[in-house]
Design a protein around this ligand. Structure first.
Ligand code: CAA
Length: 260
């Protein structure tokens, strides 16, 4: 697929996808969402790619939401299709067996916060701003915000942001656990790439099992979730990387992981 609204680059095991409509503050229309879905599929199936980074072009926005100009005259059925496309894409990314790091370089509003919440890690620049302002335009979040935000920061805080519609800055987002780390804008990509490079060197199958156990265990009963964890942990013993990791520890040397 030829991309018009995103940039795609891959190097040394890390693929970086950049939303590239800076004049519209990287607002997400259905074409852009379709391109993101294609990129996620590509990363998922390319064995050379171990980690995905998601960011926005320009210094002002990660994604300022779903594209309002595309939605303004929509009837319910096309609106449902637009929401389904977003949900399908974000769930695909969220459950992809490789880590995804969001580098949030400015406004992440509405669909922007929702995209960020479906990543495994959120690193933000100091100028980043978050929120679910849909209520201010007669809407509610449609790409998982009501569900992922409540799970991530708690029902009370999620209701405050979603029903109040206010924006919060990166410092507040860090305080409430919406983001993992905050950096000055000029350091954001370098720090994100450093973290991604570290992940790319770690045992890929164990990373996959960790993500799987957390994602799919979260909504189970504790007994069933613990059973899922045991199965995932046991599966790691099928890999050379587990043998190498433990031998290296016992032999007091650095492990040489091969990713299998
Ligand atoms: N959709 C379409 N275009 C958008 C956009 C969006 N979500 N956000 C910004 N833009 C466009 C603006 O229309 C403007 O275009 P023009 O230059 O052609 O007029 C351009 O980006 C720059 O935006 P502003 O002039 O508004 O920039 P600002 O610095 O004054 O304000 C902002 C920045 C606070 C982010 C403001 O643009 C804004 O409030 N954007 C909308 C945020 C929003 O409501 N997001 C939720 C969308 S609904 C949603 O996401 C539903 C869902 O869950 C799936």
């Amino acid at each position: 697929m030829e991309y018009k609204n995103i940039l795609f680059e891959a190097a040394e095991g890390v693929a970086t996808v950049t939303f590239n409509r800076p004049k519209a503050l990287n607002a997400m229309n259905s074409d852009t969402m379709g391109e993101l879905m294609d990129a996620v599929n590509r990363i998922r199936s390319d064995e050379a790619i171990k980690v995905m980074i998601l960011t926005g072009a320009g210094e002002k926005a990660f994604v300022a939401g779903a594209d309002i100009s595309q939605m303004v005259d929509m009837r319910p059925q096309p609106a449902l299709a637009f929401m389904e496309l977003g949900h399908e894409t974000l769930r695909m990314m969220e459950t992809m067996p490789k880590p995804v790091v969001a580098a949030i370089n400015g406004f992440a509003l509405g669909g922007g916060t929702e995209i960020a919440m479906s990543c495994d890690f959120r690193f933000a620049s100091e100028n980043a701003r978050f929120g679910q302002p849909e209520i201010l335009i007669g809407l509610i979040p449609g790409w998982g915000g009501t569900q992922r935000m409540a799970r991530l920061i708690g029902v009370g805080r999620a209701k405050e942001l979603i029903m109040g519609g206010d924006q919060i800055d990166a410092k507040r987002a860090y305080e409430i656990g919406l983001v993992n780390r905050v950096y000055p804008l000029d350091q954001l990509m370098a720090e994100t790439k450093k973290f991604a490079a570290k992940l790319a060197r770690l045992p890929g199958f164990a990373l996959k099992m960790a993500k799987h156990a957390i994602n799919f265990g979260y909504d189970l009963s504790l007994d069933n979730a613990n059973r899922l964890e045991m199965e995932c942990c046991a599966q790691c013993f099928s890999t050379d990387d587990q043998k190498e990791g433990m031998k290296a520890f016992l032999e007091k040397r650095k492990p040489n992981f091969k990713g299998c």
